[in-house]
Design a protein around this ligand. Structure first.
Ligand code: NAP
Length: 271
């Protein structure tokens, strides 16, 4: 498929990843939350059928991991049921669906996870995202389910910006050193998405390369960070200790340190 000539429709165009996708797919039909609520099944299907896209990209989601514990029903409606509606629309329109899922579908009892490993989420967010994967697979075949992790980028609240903000306000910023994953830059993931459209249907693990703890990640952003344990920093949602996604299906993206350097430079240029 010649990607430059295909018609693309993006749900969640106003989010952190969605905004980068809009740059990579400038001619796409771009739908933000205010334009359409993906929980509205009829409207989702009608929108896909009317626009007749070749590719639908769903970057919409309920991503506040701790809030999902208290708003479980909402999490399952947005992250679980709605991707199924989008898949139904894609099936009717003959479109490919690219959808983003998460490392948090795994329980962290293993150090690394390949695409075929069995999910076992430990929090409501992970459970709702897994339901979304299953609803897509049930409703259509030509999907690319992209599991990714620890996203940061322009246009959204994220760990890197939080560290920069806290660093200026606090003497020492405490960050956990017993959860491990792969930080991923949204600009890299958006560019990689274009390539994925041309690859076979299935589940993909797409992150920047390299593993670190949140503390190691923070140390690459600010100087005044100190390590602590997850027990010292309780959160509403449990997190997996290891949520390291291994990509066995496509070419790797660059190391997270190189991606971070570019993001920090881009940030500096804006200020
Ligand atoms: N952030 C991460 O670290 C991370 C890690 C792994 C996977 N992911 C996945 O990657 C995808 C993109 O994440 P992100 O970080 O870019 O998230 P984000 O910045 O929170 O963007 C999500 C977008 O979805 C919109 N949205 C929420 N509910 C909606 C609804 N009912 N109908 C339509 N739009 C709705 C939000 O709009 P409002 O803000 O107006 O509600 C927001 O613009 C998500 O599927 C997420 O689960 C993220």
């Amino acid at each position: 498929m010649v990607v430059g000539k295909i018609k693309t429709l993006i749900f969640g165009a106003g989010g952190m990843l969605g905004t980068e996708l809009c740059t990579v797919f400038p001619d796409a039909v771009k739908l933000k939350h205010r334009d359409l609520d993906i929980r509205d099944r009829e409207k989702v299907i009608e929108t896909i059928e009317t626009n007749k896209p070749d590719v639908v990209i769903n970057a919409a989601g309920y991503t506040a991991v701790d809030d999902c514990e208290e708003n479980r029903e909402l999490a399952f409606d947005i992250n679980g049921a709605a991707p199924g509606y989008i898949a139904q629309g894609c099936k009717r329109a003959g479109a490919i669906l690219v959808h983003y899922s998460t490392d948090y579908i795994f329980d962290g009892s293993k150090k690394e996870y390949v695409e075929s490993d069995s999910p076992n989420p430990v929090n409501a967010y992970g459970s709702s995202k897994l339901a979304g994967e299953m609803n897509i697979i049930e409703n259509m075949e030509d999907h690319r389910i992209v599991r990714t992790s620890w996203l940061y980028g322009a246009h959204g609240r994220n760990f890197v910006d939080t560290m920069l903000m806290l660093s200026g306000k606090m003497d020492k910023v405490k960050v956990v050193n017993d959860q491990f994953g792969k930080p991923t830059y949204t600009a890299d993931l958006a560019r990689k998405t274009k390539e994925l459209v041309g690859l076979p249907a299935g589940v993909y693990h797409i992150t920047n390369e390299g593993v670190c703890s949140w503390y190691e990640f923070a140390s690459a952003i600010i100087k005044n960070t100190v390590q602590c344990t997850s027990d010292e920093f309780p959160r509403k949602a449990r997190r997996p200790k290891y949520s390291v996604l291994v990509n066995t299906k496509t070419t790797p993206m660059r190391h997270w340190r190189d991606a971070l350097a570019e993001y920090l430079k881009r940030n500096e240029a804006i200020q």
